[in-house]
Design a protein around this ligand. Structure first.
Ligand SMILES: [Zn+2]
Length: 142
């Protein structure tokens, strides 16, 4: 899913939550929704930068935009079950707002809906794991 879609969904859900709980709808209160719901896609820049061996943001952005329709699977560290568990652990163990986790899970759900639409099954789900890529790397070495 494209970043502006994530932004819009995070804004609508975050604002609705703030409205229903009587909190002010401002940037400070919406920050967890934007960090969890939009900023997690920053890992696409890490992955493309590593795979194409470039730090040129313009080139990476062009690669991401062109690749969007291809559904090429690669490891995106913030889109893995391991990171999800890590984030949940951090939320439970600290006073960090649960809204970070809620918006993050909303983001993953939206990405999942997009993948389901492209691939028509759930085969992509196992690829949302660091363990999958470690296992793949080990099996291709031997
Ligand atoms: Zn994403």
């Amino acid at each position: 899913m494209k970043s502006h879609h994530h932004f819009l969904i995070s804004f609508i859900i975050g604002s609705s939550y703030l409205f229903l709980t009587g909190k002010s709808i401002d940037l400070v209160n919406l920050l967890p929704w934007f960090i969890g719901g939009v900023l997690v896609d920053i890992d696409h820049f890490f992955t493309y930068g590593k795979n194409y061996k470039t730090l040129n943001l313009k080139k990476i952005t062009r690669l991401i935009v062109n690749d969007y329709k291809q559904n090429n699977q690669a490891i995106y560290v913030f889109h893995t079950i391991e990171f999800t568990l890590f984030l949940a652990f951090i939320i439970v163990r600290t006073s960090l707002s649960w809204q970070y986790l809620a918006s993050y899970l909303l983001h993953l759900s939206c990405d999942g809906i997009r993948h389901k639409k492209l691939v028509k099954d759930y085969s992509w789900l196992k690829k949302w794991s660091v363990a999958y890529y470690v296992k793949l790397k080990v099996s291709t070495k031997g």
